[in-house]
Design a protein around this ligand. Structure first.
Ligand code: ATP
Ligand code: FE
Length: 335
C-alpha cells in the first residue's frame, strides 16, 4: 500500500509517502515569512501553502521513487488548524484523489501527533495499548488515554494557553524570534534551572493552565529590566533554563497524577514541544525513577509533518475508513 499524505494545518506545507507503515519520504516546506511578524499570519500562511503544495508533493513522490499512478490512497489533514491553510491541503487532496480514482482519507491532526509512534522506524518501539499520550504543541496541551488506534479519551487539557504558546510568548518577551521554543531549549542547555523561581499554577485534576505563568514571566522581566537594562542579555541562559524547568515540572506533576489515576505506566509524547530536549531527558529519566515505559518519537515526527498524517492514513486504509469529496475542513475538531 502506498499512501500520499498532505499536511497543511498551520504554517508548514508538508507531504510524505508511506509504503505500509514505513516512511519513504517526508518533506516539509517551512514558511519563514511569519518570523518577522512574531507569529503566524493566517492569510500569508494560506497563500504560501498555495505556492508550496505542488512542488512539495512533487519532491515527496520523487524522493519516494514512485509515480502518482502507483498511489493507493491520499490522506490529508481535516483539522484542527487554520481554516485557510486546511482548505488548501484538502482541496488539493480531493482533486488528486478524484483524478487518480483512488480513496480519500481525512485525518485528525492531533490523533496524528499521537499515532506517529506507530511509524516503523529502526530503534523506535511502538507503544502497546492502552497508553497515555502527552500531546504538547503550539495549539494543544492534552493528556490522552489511548485505548486503540481510534479510541482515545482526553483526560486532561489546558484551560487557556498551550505549552508551545508558553514557550513562544516567553521567547517574545525575551526578544527572541518566532517560534521561540527551539531557542529557549538551546539556551537552557547552558543555564541554571534553579536560578530563578517561578510558581506553578493551581489547576484541579489533570487540566493545565499556562497563561498565568506567561504573565508572571512578563512582570519578572519588566521588574528586572527596570533595575538593569542588560538583565535579559546577561541572564539569557539562566532565564531560559528556569522557565523550561517550571514548564517541565508542571507537565510531570500532571503526568504522575494521570498514571496514579489510570494505573497506566506507558507514556508516549507527541506534538512540536516534545522536540524539547529537557522534556525528553526528564521523561527518559522517569523510566528508572518511576518504573514508567516512555516513548519519544523521532525528532522529525514531533513538529508538524506529513509522515504522521500518512501513518493514520495507513491505519484507516486497513480499516476501510474512507471519505468522499463532500468532507469539510474543521478548524476545531474532537477525536
Ligand atoms: P497543533 O499541533 O496544536 O495544531 P502546531 O501544529 O502549531 O499546533 P507543532 O508544530 O506541533 O504545533 O508545534 C509547534 C510548537 O512547538 C511551537 O510552539 C514551538 O515553539 C514548539 N517547539 C518546537 N521545538 C521546541 C523545542 N525544542 N522546545 C520547546 N518548544 C518547541
Ligand atoms: Fe501540530
Amino acid at each position: 500500500v502506498f499512501i500520499l499524505a498532505i499536511e497543511s494545518s498551520c504554517d508548514d506545507t508538508a507531504a510524505a509517502v508511506l509504503r505500509n507503515n514505513k516512511v519513504l519520504s517526508n518533506v516539509v516546506a517551512r514558511q519563514s515569512i511569519h518570523e518577522e511578524y512574531g507569529g503566524v499570519i493566517p492569510e500569508l500562511a494560506s497563500r504560501a501553502h498555495q505556492q508550496n503544495i505542488v512542488p512539495v508533493i512533487d519532491v515527496a513522490l520523487r524522493k519516494a521513487g514512485i509515480t502518482k499512478e502507483q498511489l493507493s490512497a491520499i490522506a490529508f489533514t481535516q483539522g484542527p488548524g487554520l481554516m485557510g491553510s486546511l482548505l488548501v491541503g484538502a482541496s488539493f487532496a480531493k482533486s488528486l484523489a478524484m483524478a487518480l480514482h483512488i480513496p480519500l482519507i481525512a485525518v485528525n491532526h492531533m490523533q496524528a501527533h499521537i499515532l506517529a509512534h506507530f511509524i516503523d522506524e529502526e530503534g523506535f518501539d511502538k507503544p502497546e495499548f492502552p497508553f497515555l499520550a502527552l500531546t504538547i504543541s503550539g495549539g494543544h496541551t492534552q493528556i490522552v488515554q489511548v485505548n486503540d488506534y481510534f479510541s482515545m479519551d482526553i483526560i486532561g487539557e489546558t484551560t487557556d494557553d498551550a505549552v508551545g504558546e508558553a514557550f513562544d510568548k516567553t521567547a517574545k518577551i525575551l526578544g527572541l524570534p518566532y517560534p521561540g521554543g527551539p531557542l529557549i531549549d538551546q539556551f537552557a542547555k547552558e543555564g541554571n534551572p534553579k536560578k530563578f523561581a517561578f510558581t506553578k499554577p493551581k489547576v484541579d485534576g489533570l487540566d493545565f493552565s499556562f497563561s498565568g505563568l506567561k504573565t508572571q514571566i512578563l512582570y519578572f522581566i519588566q521588574k528586572n529590566v527596570q533595575a538593569n537594562p542588560n538583565f535579559v542579555e546577561e541572564n539569557k541562559h539562566d532565564i531560559c533554563a528556569s522557565v523550561q524547568n517550571i514548564i517541565i515540572e508542571i507537565l510531570m506533576d500532571k503526568l504522575k497524577m494521570a498514571v496514579a489515576q489510570t494505573g497506566i505506566k506507558q507514556i508516549a509524547i507527541g506534538g512540536g514541544v516534545s522536540a524539547n530536549s529537557g522534556i525528553r531527558n526528564t521523561l527518559k529519566a522517569a523510566e528508572g525513577k518511576y518504573g514508567w515505559k516512555t516513548y519519544i518519537p523521532k525528532f522529525e515526527y514531533t513538529t508538524d509533518n506529513a509522515a504522521m498524517i500518512g501513518i493514520v492514513g495507513y491505519q484507516k486504509y486497513l480499516q476501510d475508513q474512507f471519505t468522499d469529496s463532500t468532507v469539510v475542513s474543521k478548524a476545531r475538531i474532537e477525536f
